[in-house]
Design a protein around this ligand. Structure first.
Ligand code: KIV
Ligand code: NA
Length: 263
């Protein structure tokens, strides 16, 4: 696969050909996913749960994300490398810029940040400095304590409209990509249609430009309850590499997510 850049993702939106994304935290799995054609690798703060054994993503530090980003970058992948800004990485614009700088120097090509319209100033500061930003809207796991659990967002008209408005505000501020987690499929489609930038979904239905899953989940290596939007792609495949390829193909052909994975 030729090296994936932001313009690859924009082009895929324009040609209506979905791209696939997976979390990756180390060199071996990153290389396997890249070789299987997965376009984006996210060093997600989900590593706090799947690698570190925490019950939320809140304990993850910038040092943790930088370490795993460097591990992935060392694999020499063709996939675009996106890294999560962890909880409280943006307590000030200065801290946000410093933290994004740490991740970009570790090998990230894009950063992802959770929040709402109030992120606009930070998004603008980052994008002005050449740091592409993916804004994570809908269910934002760093807000688990405020949200009262990991539950679907944007169900009532008011909160749905708020997600659309937030996405538009952040696109205006310079967001390069929007990621929607756990929202109704029809809301995800509305957001996608309102924006010009690529939209990645997880539990957001089929009508977005890219799909993402946590690698452990799609290999059936989950310890707790498996969310509705997860599919185990290792079933029926002979290897992890083939499971990654099956996932990539299912996303590109719009066979995943199916009805049973959506809200
Ligand atoms: O941390 C993570 O893995 C994520 C994805 C689930 C989108 O943010
Ligand atoms: Na995350």
């Amino acid at each position: 696969m030729p090296a994936v850049t932001l313009s690859t993702l924009t082009g895929r939106r324009e040609s209506n050909t979905p791209f696939s994304c997976l979390t990756a935290y180390d060199a071996t799995f990153a290389r396997l996913a890249s070789d299987a054609g997965v376009e984006v690798l996210l060093i997600g703060d989900s590593l706090g749960m799947v690698l570190q054994g925490h019950s939320s993503t809140l304990p993850v530090t910038i040092t943790d994300i930088a370490y795993h980003t460097a591990c992935v970058a060392r694999a020499g992948v063709d996939s675009l490398i996106m890294a999560d800004l962890p909880f409280m990485a943006d307590v000030s614009i200065e801290r946000l810029l410093d933290n994004a700088g740490i991740l970009m120097r570790a090998g990230a090509q894009m950063v992802k940040i959770e929040g709402e319209a109030w992120l606009a100033e930070g998004v603008e500061a980052l994008s002005r400095r050449g740091v592409p930003v993916c804004v994570h809207l809908g269910l934002t796991p760093q807000h688990v304590n405020a949200l009262g659990g990991y539950r679907i967002q944007g169900r009532d008209p008011e909160s749905a409209q708020r997600i659309i408005d937030d996405a538009l505000t952040l696109e205006q501020a310079g967001a390069a990509v929007v990621l929607l987690e756990c929202v109704p499929s029809d809301l995800a489609l509305e957001v996608r249609d309102a924006l010009a930038v690529p939209v990645i979904g997880i539990g957001a239905g089929p009508d977005v430009d890219g799909q993402i899953l946590v690698m452990h989940d799609m290999l059936g290596a989950s310890l707790g309850r498996v969310p509705r939007f997860v599919k185990n792609f290792l079933i029926g495949e002979a290897s992890i590499q083939e499971a990654f390829a099956a996932y990539h193909e299912a996303v590109v052909n719009r066979e995943f997510p199916a009805e049973e994975h959506c809200f």
